[in-house]
Design a protein around this ligand. Sequence first.
Ligand code: ADP
Ligand code: MG
Length: 161
Amino acid sequence: MNEKSLITKSAEETKQLAMELAQQIPLSSIITLTGDLGAGKTTFVQGLAAGFGIEKPVNSPTFLIIHRYELKTKNETRKDEHISARFLYHIDLYRIDKQDDIVGLGLLDILKEKESIVVIEWAEKMGKFLPEERIDVQFGYRDENKRKITINFQNPSFKFQ
Ligand code: ADP
Ligand code: MG
């Protein structure tokens, strides 16, 4: 298992970490975010989106559950200039209470898209629908501005620097 754990001391540091991840992860990655309300999941997605050059504001998908952002074909923040991924999907399952509701969301089809990044808050609610190859990010509240963030790569071929 390939794991990285650290403490961020501000929302900005959490965004910075996510930006670094965005610059390195394989395109078509699935990223799960788990942790209590206010732990920093959405903040992390804002950093990821910034890392992919998304300029639209990113906030919690309160009503829609799924937000989709188009990715530019050229992205200055990544070394491989020509991004082939098409979308970043931001999904928040907070309001889902039955695993089977996942099916109705069309999420399973989104997970099959080979050219998109999918990031899921409250991903533990997916249960059996969670794909095996993924990046798990756990958030733990330490104090007002400190969060412990543990990133687990369930993908042996990738190493985060
Ligand atoms: P979640 O999506 O997990 O419910 P949010 O990202 O919406 O959490 O909220 C996290 C809140 O905590 C934000 O108001 C953010 O500014 C604040 N915060 C303070 N310190 C940190 C930190 N180190 N990392 C992330 N967020 C932090
Ligand atoms: Mg959130």
